[in-house]
Design a protein around this ligand. Structure first.
Ligand code: PMP
Length: 358
């Protein structure tokens, strides 16, 4: 009997692990495991999405043209510079498909976003992982040194999920100057809006001036639309076109486009929420430090506890206290910033943990 054959590259690809929902514990249970926005969407966004349901008998607008016009205006770029997809992770897949084939290499920091090894592996390209430093920061000189003839793409995640720090403007510019212009540099800014580090790069600024830089952004985090799946790339027109060519037809639903447009109309309200999440993040970070934790600078909507082998046990302890967090075996635990009470429950777990081990 012969069995159907799949590509050999699939054998080594890990499955994406979604953050676990909360289970067990007494009292309310909270999900701090997927870096979601704890605020429900504004009513105007819900109403726009609801309205769009009336025409779901029709296929969506394939060019996502209304949203691209609004984003072009908002970001000061031409609509040809934009490509949208079902979350920025879809854009990442499309970009890698556009740039990479069997035998190519993609350089990225590690640990970073867990979709990177999967998305790279699916193209048949090889992942070249450059360890983050002891502060959870990208080691950009080492990443530049890892670039060679086979390198097609470098992924830069800022702020880095899951470790937290943002890449600084000066170090990124030096890095860009030291990498050949034929290599695509994808800057993943999924958590851009949460940054308060004054030295952090605003990648859009850079992308406007460089032919090889693509910026990935999303409506999933600051704009609270994770469940609708919509993200986008800002890139020089030839790169944006390449990304659009690799899109699944009609990947952005009409409901998602309507909600994203409405969300742009509610930016003031949404950015206030973002600011309150960032304020909570600072509170959590300061509390952890005074408990005795040494943690990297948190610039997204999450904090990172470098627990090493104890990651799984810590996550179990958290579940027992009513919060689900995200362990990365052997490495650490990422905890999203949620409702103040959820953050307090987490801080309680963190405090008890240190008391136990000390
Ligand atoms: N990039 C990073 C760094 C992320 O953490 C995530 C979501 N966890 C994404 C991209 C993808 O987000 P989405 O597909 O929801 O836009």
């Amino acid at each position: 009997m012969t069995s159907p054959r799949l590509r050999a590259a699939l054998a080594d690809i890990p499955a994406y692990q979604a953050g676990k929902p909360p289970t067990g514990g007494r009292g309310p249970a909270y999900k701090l495991s997927s870096n979601e926005n704890p605020f429900p969407p504004p009513q105007a966004v819900v109403a726009a999405a609801h309205d769009a349901l009336n025409s779901v008998n029709r296929y969506p607008d394939m060019g996502v043209s209304e949203l691209h016009a609004a984003l072009a205006n908002r970001l000061g770029v031409a609509p040809e510079c934009l490509a949208s997809g079902a979350g920025s992770v879809a854009i990442l897949y499309q970009l890698l498909q556009a740039a990479c084939a069997e035998g190519d290499e993609v350089v990225y920091a590690w640990r970073s976003f867990e979709a990177y090894p999967i998305a790279v592996g699916l193209t048949g390209a090889r992942s070249v992982r450059v360890p983050v430093d002891d502060d959870g920061r990208h080691n950009l000189p080492a990443m530049a040194a890892a670039v060679n003839e086979a390198t097609k793409v470098v992924l830069v995640c800022t702020p880095n999920n899951p470790t937290g720090p943002a890449v600084h403007r000066a170090e990124l510019l030096t890095f860009l100057d030291s990498v050949p212009g034929s290599v695509v540099i994808a800057i993943d800014e999924a958590y851009h809006e949460f940054i308060d580090d004054p030295d952090a790069i605003d990648a859009l600024d850079v992308a406007r001036k460089r032919d090889n830089v693509v910026v990935l952004r999303t409506f999933s985090k600051a704009y609270g639309l994770a469940g609708l799946r919509i993200g986008y790339a800002v890139a020089p027109p030839p790169l944006a076109e390449g990304v659009r060519k690799c899109a699944l037809p009609f990947g952005v639903s009409s409901v998602a486009q309507a909600a994203a447009l409405a969300a742009l109309g509610c930016e003031e309200e949404l950015m206030k929420q973002v600011e309150s999440i960032a304020t909570e993040r600072r509170r959590v970070q300061t509390a952890l430090q005074s408990q005795g934790w040494r943690i990297p600078d948190a610039q997204g909507n999450f904090v990172w506890l470098p627990l090493g082998e104890a990651a799984g046990a810590f996550a179990e302890a958290a579940v027992g206290s009513g919060v689900s967090v995200r362990p990365f075996a052997g490495d650490g635990v990422r905890v999203s910033i949620g409702e103040a009470h959820a953050n307090d429950l987490f801080l309680g777990v963190a405090d008890r943990w240190l008391q136990q081990v000390s």
